[in-house]
Design a binder for this molecule. Sequence first.
Ligand SMILES: [Zn+2]
Ligand SMILES: [Zn+2]
Length: 415
Amino acid sequence: MDIKLHCFGASNEVGRSAFILKTDKSVLIDYGIKLFGKDGKPEYPLDLDQRIDAALLSHAHLDHSGFIPNLYKFSKVRWYATPPTRELCELLWKDSMKIMGDELPYRINHFNRALKYWTPVMYGQNMRMGQTDFRFLDAGHIAGSMMIEAQFNRKKIIYTGDFKMEETRLHKGARPIEDANAVIIDSTYAKKEHPSRKEAEKKIADEISETLKAGGSILFPAFSLGRTQELIRIVRAYHKDVDIFVDGMGRAMCEIYMKYPRYIKEPNEFRAAVRSSYFVRGPNDRKKATRDPAVIISSAGMMEGGPVLGYLMNLNSQSRIVFTGYVVEGTNGWKLQNEGYVTIEGQDMDVDLPIENVDLSAHAGRSDILNFIKWANPDKVVIVHSDAAKDFERELKEDFGYDAVAPEIGDTINL
Ligand SMILES: [Zn+2]
Ligand SMILES: [Zn+2]
């Protein structure tokens, strides 16, 4: 019996990851949304054209998890994920319902139903479904993120999900997996090398030192999940006494990180860093945060909404803005970096502060992606979660001799 992969999203694009792995069972792997699709509108995966037996969720980011509640309009399947993933999802889903409201095709009852059908899995755990054996491994991306290994008919398939090999302040990094028949791989940065964490951290520490010395504050626009936690930990590691203010959903995410210490590295150091930070609860705290030189970490990472925009107008002229992650073209974060302005409630506003960039990616860079493929030495590489998938496909085929494929959305691949 063949193994097939049906692609419903994240095919020649980043966002709305959704695949069905078909063995003797039909298993949905990830079911995400694309927050900023064409014209800035959200995009959803293609309609599932077949019955599924279960869903596996690699991690909580909305581009992998955001459409899971939609399953529960018509289905009663179980979805499997680690305990932190489930809790982080609950927060993120609630938040997206708040922000997107009627734009989302599912409602609160589907969200509630989804939470009921969750089943926990752990790293290292084996799970058998029919004749297919699954195993879940630490992906090193955010708390609870996992790679999925499936074995069926003496074939081994790996779905990496978003992964990172390099050790960070919060994660030890994913381990290579040997001898697979097929690898479905996160190729976000297949064409780009990241600086080492050591280098990136040093740059952050220096930015802070210089800015504080000049009497300014540092504003980090940051995703509330993953990036905010790592920044808190990094800033405190280099600057014992600086005031750290954290605004947005990051606080609730930190609580979940602390609740599951086994899913992060050095949980005591993380807890101490969190406990020594101020969590902004309202307008008064926001005023306090900009009164004296400080480090401010605030969502949203791409500056599309969230409290971060408020800070822009209240920072003194010695302050700096430091981006540490990906911004989608057309978002405020992108406009600020490339054109020096943001749009707030329809009004364009120039921002006259230095803008810095530090690459603190939670994804594998080029050499780690290539190394992962080399270790797995697969008969087939499926390139997903990438804007340059076709390019990488050509390179893997021509320069490295792999049978590589960058599927189009709607494609079915034989594994
Ligand atoms: Zn992710
Ligand atoms: Zn992703």
